[in-house]
Design a protein around this ligand. Structure first.
Ligand SMILES: [Zn+2]
Length: 173
């Protein structure tokens, strides 16, 4: 998934460019230029070589790649979202689940999807909440429609009783 290739244990794109995460476009541009200068031209060959080998193994991001993503508001927004969800997932996520793994219950308010927590309570999300994310779920719990621009998305569900969380991953089918 995108998420796995975008987010790794390596530096964030912001760290690659040594800018803060709320940096403006101009700040990012300046940082990119100075970072690009420092890797050019003599060191470029070595950097490129190490980038190629490490990018395959570790998903390492280079200066150029960071710039290409952060310079566009749209791709930067996508990246920010992924960064955020990867941070949410640190240590608190009990499991990754899919809609197919969940139990469907029909209530007066619509469909509720449940997944058993190890404490005995449930993680749950309603069709209404999914609807706000642009995902329509039928009475049988099948995904009927997704927002056309969503490739894959995930939402973190809290347990009703304990502090565990589950991440519901919704892939575009
Ligand atoms: Zn629980």
């Amino acid at each position: 998934m995108l998420q796995d290739s975008y987010i790794s244990n390596q530096k964030t794109l912001y760290e690659v460019l040594s800018v803060s995460e709320d940096a403006t476009y101009d700040e990012i541009r300046v940082a990119y230029k100075s970072a690009a200068l420092s890797t050019h031209p003599d060191k470029a060959q070595t950097i490129l070589k190490s980038f190629e080998s490490s990018s395959e193994q570790h998903g390492f991001f280079g200066v150029q790649e960071a710039w290409e993503i952060l310079r566009h508001p749209k791709s930067r927004g996508e990246y920010d979202k992924q960064l955020q969800s990867s941070r949410q997932s640190i240590e608190i996520i009990a499991s990754d689940i899919e809609i197919d793994d969940m139990t469907v219950e029909n209530s007066a308010d619509g469909v509720e999807l449940l997944y058993a927590c190890r404490c005995g309570d449930y993680f749950s999300i309603t069709s209404c909440e999914l609807g706000e994310m642009g995902i329509l779920v039928g009475e049988d719990g099948e995904i009927e429609l997704q927002a056309p621009d969503s490739v894959s998305t995930s939402v973190v569900l809290g347990c009703g009783s304990c502090s565990l969380k589950a991440r519901l991953v919704i892939n575009k089918t």
